[in-house]
Design a protein around this ligand. Structure first.
Ligand code: ZN
Length: 134
């Protein structure tokens, strides 16, 4: 697998840790969008596109973002599912709430994508064009 194109987009965002988005093209024929470039405590890292996991309200079946206290549709208090907090802290609770849509399955591939995306980001970060929210 070869990444043949990386495009970096900066978006106006309240989240200061989210530095930019990337779109990569693999082997000139497959595109993955919404890769996030995030400023972590140990430097920049790349997060693959993900969606928030949702759970249905028992009362009205509206699907709420996981760990919501009250239903967004009917206002009923949602049953708090007893999930043991992981000792790993914030990072693993994020993984409970977000599920990757596309992701590498080997360490080598993950590192290759991260290195390629971050190198392009470093090269382009001084003159990134801002794009509107999609
Ligand atoms: Zn409800």
């Amino acid at each position: 697998m070869k990444i043949t194109e990386v495009r970096i987009f900066q978006k106006a965002s309240a989240d200061k840790k989210l530095r930019a988005f990337a779109t990569i093209t693999i082997d000139d024929c497959f595109v993955v969008r919404d890769i996030k470039i995030i400023e972590g405590s140990k430097g920049l890292f790349v997060a693959m596109p993900s969606r928030r996991v949702k759970e249905p309200c028992l009362n009205c079946h509206h699907r709420n973002v996981i760990r919501s206290r009250y239903c967004n549709q009917c206002g009923k208090q949602l049953e708090v599912v007893n999930r043991p907090m992981s000792e790993k802290g914030d990072d693993s609770s994020r993984q409970d709430e977000h599920r990757d849509i596309a992701h590498p399955i080997t360490v080598e591939c993950r590192e290759y994508i991260q290195k390629t995306v971050l190198e392009t980001f470093e090269k382009e970060k001084s003159n990134l064009r801002k794009v509107d929210q999609e």
